[in-house]
Structure formats: C-alpha cells, structure tokens
Design a protein around this ligand. Structure first.
Ligand code: NA7
Length: 559
C-alpha cells in the first residue's frame, strides 16, 4: 500500500495513479467497506450502477418484499449508537424499511460523497508492472486502483429465462429483482406469475389481493413456513438492545447461520413421534426459519429430514382446500432445507381465493410466451401482465458479468470453467488484490448476510493492513491453499443433504453452469478457519513486494 505516510494526515485524495481501493456496489457490503477504508486512511471510491445506495434492497421492490431474518439481527453491528438508536417496527422488516435504514447509514456516515452512482464497472485488468487494477467504467472513464473489492451481492444478476416467444408478449412484463420504482398497480388486471421461489412466494399473496385474476405457473414447489410477522414489542426490543454486543458476538461465533435461533439439542430420530410433532408445531406457530432448526440432524439424515418434510406437507394439505392444488404445492422431489426455506405471509391460503389459479408446469409444461399470454400444453392463459419471479444467476453472475482479467490476462470465467474457486471464498489465485465479499466458498447465502459481510470486510481490511505493514504491493491467494479450501467446501457440503436438490446453490438454475455446491456451511466454523489461517502466518496468502510483483508479471508474460 502506498498510504502509510499519508494515513497520518487523514484520508488521501486519489493521485493520478488512482485509488487505494475501488469498491463495486453500494449495498450493505460496499457501504461498510467504504467506511472501513476511510478508517484506514485509504483513498476509496464506490461504483454503483443504481441511482442510490441499497443493493438488493434497492432493486427488489416487488410487492411483499421482506427480509426472512429478524430485523434486530439483520442489521449492522459496527455502530453501537446506530443499533441503539434505530427503531425497527416489525419482526421481519419490509424492503422499504430496510432501504430507509441503509439510506440512513449512508447519511449518518456521509458515505455518498465517495460513491459514483449510475455507473457500471465494465472491466478490470491487472497491470502487473504497476501492481494495480486498471478499471473501465461505463462512463468511459479509466480508473486505477491498488485494491478492487467486489461487493456485488450474491443475488443481483436477475435472470429471465429464455422462453420461446418471450419478447412477443404485448402486455407489461416485470422481474421481481428489477421492479419499477414507481410501483405497479395490478387492480383489474389478469396477471401471470412465473416462478414460486422465495420472491414468488412473497409476491403472490400481495398480487392476488390486487389483481382481477392471478395465475401462478409453478415448475417445482418449494417448502414454505409461515413468518407470523408482527409489530415489534418494546420489551422484546429492549431485551435485544440491552445485550446487543453479546448477542452479536454469539451470532458471529456460536451459530451455523449467523442468526440466533432456538438451538436444537437432539436429533429428530432421538425424539418420539409425539415429541417431534410438538417440536415442529410450536416452531410452525412461532413462525420464521426457526423451523429448520427443530433438530440437529435435519440436514444430515434423510430419515430425520423426511419427518420435517412430512409435517410441512400435512400443513399444506390442511390449509389448501382443493386437493389437486394442495398436491401440486407439496414438494416431494428433494429433501426440505436443501433449497432455501421460504418464509411467507399467507402463501398457501392464497390458493383458496377464487381469483387465484395454480398451473402445475410438471403436468402441463410451458410451451411459449405469446402476444396474448402464456401457452402451456393445455392451452393459452390470456393475461395482461407477466411477473417473472425466476431468480438470479446466484453467487457468480454479478462477478462474471464484469470482464476481469488477472495475471497473464486470464479471465474469471476461464478460471471457473469447472465451477467457482476462491480461497476462503474471498480471494482468487491469479487475481492479486481482488476481493469478493461473500464470494463462492464462503457462508454467504447460507447465512445472515450482514454478519458474513461484516466478517469479510473486516478480514479484507486486515489483509490490506498487513500488506501495508509488509510494504507489499500485492497479495494473492496461494494455489494449493485455494485447492484445499475448495475441496473442504465440497467435503462439508457432501456430508449433508444440501447437494441433493437441483438448487441455485448448485448453479442448477442456469443452463450450462457447472454443478458445484457454492456456499460454505457454517458461520462459526468458517470464522475459525479464517482466524486459523491468519494466526498461522497468513497461511494461503502470498504477499509480494513491488519488485516481486513485476518479476511475477514478466514470468507470466514469458509463459
Ligand atoms: P429462486 O429461488 O431461484 O426461484 C425461481 C423460481 O422460478 C423457481 O420456482 C423456478 O422453478 C422458477 N423458474 C425458473 N426458470 C423457470 C422456467 N423456465 N419456467 C418456469 N419456472 C421457472 O429465485 P427467488 O427470486 O424466488 O429467490 C432467490 C433468493 O432471493 C431467495 O432464496 C432469497 O434469498 C432472496 P424451478 O425451481 O427451477 O423449477
């Protein structure tokens, strides 16, 4: 790093050679990274394609959009005054409330002055001699950066499937992950929703309340549990706020998911049938993803897992009056919890409404989109609007959409042709000074994202500090350490049922994407692994001085 001397004099202005750190994305990750970079005295800039801060919560404005982690836990822990002062109103915060929280953070810490909005990072090339990234923005500007931080989010590359005739539809089309800011009025309209994942499951009850008729096109049913959302009670909030530092520590260091749930002490198969039913029942009534922590063997043992799946299927059949619709809504082709569990507000009961129809695409496949609507093998469903709730190119899509070229001009898609590889899910061998916040191979989407983001940003800050202390111009993941980590991520996943579903965790929703289990299961164990690597002399990180970086470059050029 070059900021050692000037750090004493406060934050540096970028010189002609650019910034100490360029950060891509102004969501939870990018904003905290900017705050930390400033704290280290680095010159830093955030590039954001949207017109304001918020990331996921800026884009996903579909009706019913809400976090499925409790608001008191899905928030920053690094500003004690903020966490004491901020008032969450509901157990599960709505998208507008989370967005106003993020905006408040941006104002409170005066972050916007270092963010360039409405600008995309198109490309980044590692300049081996100068040991810095040369970054091309959509504005045509070329910016130099010693460190490049991808705070691009795991679920930010929205995906509309390439259905035959897709562009011939004459009505309005929407994607849940790219929703119009002015909102959409479905009153009096006939609407199709394609997709029944978390986003569809949140949007469907809301759209059903507005539309004249809603037809849901479902290919694979998902398991969903009721949120039982409610206004937050003052005593409950006080209980959290009075113990916040300790509870945040517990979430970071003692949980599998970065969220504190009622922790199971035994396996489902150790309990009697009545005890299991009681356990599932109270968690179902309490609401939220707490349900998936009923027993400690639910993602390990198929037999244990089947008991939870059967409980949820029983509830679906109990709620949904039409037996054929209930049967179509009951997932049976994969174990529960191997796809992200959905948390809903009145989802299954929505199918009892006279203005809602479920089309089971397994029975009558979707043939084409036509000017008038959606055609399945059973005929044309005429609609005024189509909502694609069809998900994202998860975890890697936002990274590979930037033309990033590392040492020797190698691209990330070339490096990842057999699946994503990153040391600790954070750094890529061959791509010095490049950091992926919550990248593939880290807990990311299997965790409370804010907890994982904070840990990664803190770790990146420590790596940058270490490089600075050593006078190293570049730091890079070691190939052998990266290989070992990727093998470990797979081993951990393979010891569970998680790879058994064709999920977006596996890249299975994107045609041609390699099927590799991408996230790492275990927030506390992951943190321990990171800390062990640091304590072991920064095992797996190769710090180079500027001369060595240039020598590496010349060697790569000769190779
Ligand atoms: P998901 O969970 O990927 O769900 C996408 C849904 O779209 C799912 O039901 C898919 O069915 C369906 N889909 C995708 N392509 C098609 C085609 N071609 N035809 C019919 N149906 C299709 O995305 P979400 O946005 O709901 O949730 C993503 C995450 O965002 C969520 O977990 C939260 O973390 C926030 P399939 O299962 O592929 O049969």
């Amino acid at each position: 790093m070059t900021a050692t001397a000037s750090a004493a004099h406060g934050r540096r202005a970028p010189g002609s050679s650019g910034f100490d750190m360029l950060i891509v994305g102004a969501g939870f990750a990018g904003l905290y990274m900017l705050h930390r970079a400033r704290g280290m005295g680095l010159s830093a800039r955030v590039i954001e394609v949207a017109s304001d801060v918020g990331g996921t919560w800026w884009w996903n404005r579909y009706p019913g959009a809400r976090c499925d982690i409790e608001s008191l836990q899905y928030s920053y822990s690094w500003d004690e005054d903020l966490q004491q002062e901020w008032t969450w109103t509901e157990r599960f915060a709505t998208q507008p409330e989370i967005l106003s929280y993020i905006r408040h953070v941006a104002e409170r810490h005066d972050l916007r002055r270092d963010i360039t909005f409405e600008t995309r990072v198109d490309a980044a090339e590692w300049d081996e001699d100068a040991a810095r990234w040369s970054v091309t923005l959509s504005s045509g500007e070329q910016v130099g950066a010693r460190n490049l931080v991808l705070a691009t989010g795991c679920l930010s590359a929205a995906r509309v499937p390439d259905l035959p005739g897709r562009d011939s539809f004459r009505g309005a089309t929407y994607h849940t992950g790219d929703w119009p800011h002015e909102g959409v009025d479905f009153a009096g309209k006939t609407v199709a929703v394609i997709g029944a994942g978390s986003s569809g499951i949140q949007a469907i009850p809301e759209i059903a309340r507005q539309a004249a008729h809603l037809t849901v096109f479902q290919r694979t049913p998902n398991f969903s549990v009721p949120a039982r959302n409610q206004p937050l009670d003052d005593n409950y909030v006080h209980g959290w706020k009075s113990r916040y530092p300790e509870l945040r520590r517990q979430a970071r260091e003692e949980t599998r998911s970065g969220t504190i749930y009622d922790f199971p002490e035994r396996g489902a198969l150790e309990a009697s049938a009545e005890e299991r039913e009681r356990e599932y029942r109270w968690r179902w009534e309490k609401g939220g993803a707490n349900f998936m922590h009923a027993f400690n063997d639910l993602v390990i043992s198929e037999e244990a897992n089947a008991t939870a799946a059967a409980f949820v299927r029983d509830r679906i059949r109990e709620i949904v009056k039409d037996p054929a619709t209930a049967a179509a809504l009951c997932p049976s082709s994969y174990p529960i919890f191997t796809k992200r569990i959905c948390v809903d507000d009145n989802y299954y009961a929505t199918y009892n409404r006279p203005n809602v129809t479920l089309v089971n695409l397994r029975e009558t496949p979707l043939d084409a989109i036509e000017p008038g609507g959606v055609r399945t093998s059973a005929g044309l469903h005429e609609v005024d609007a189509i909502v694609y709730a069809t998900g994202f190119d998860a975890m890697t899509g936002a990274i590979t959409s930037i033309d990033i070229r590392g040492k020797g001009g190698r691209t990330i898609p070339e490096k990842w042709k057999d699946g994503p590889r990153a040391y600790l899910g954070l750094m890529l061998e061959g791509f010095p000074n490049l950091f992926a916040v919550t990248g593939p191979g880290s807990p990311s989407v299997l965790s409370n994202m804010v907890v994982s983001i904070e840990q990664h940003v803190d770790l990146i800050s420590r790596i940058v500090e270490e490089a600075r202390a050593r006078g190293a111009a570049a730091v890079e993941a070691d190939r052998a350490a990266e290989d070992a980590w990727v093998a470990h991520v797979n081993e951990v996943a393979a010891a569970t049922l998680l790879p058994k579903a064709a999920s977006w965790y596996m890249g299975a929703n994107i045609p041609g994407k390699p099927r590799v289990f991408m996230p790492y299961l275990g927030v506390s164990t992951y943190r321990e692994a990171c800390e062990a690597a640091v304590a072991d002399g920064w095992r797996g990180f190769r710090f180079a001085d500027r001369a060595a970086a240039s020598a590496d470059a010349r060697a790569a050029a000769r190779a």
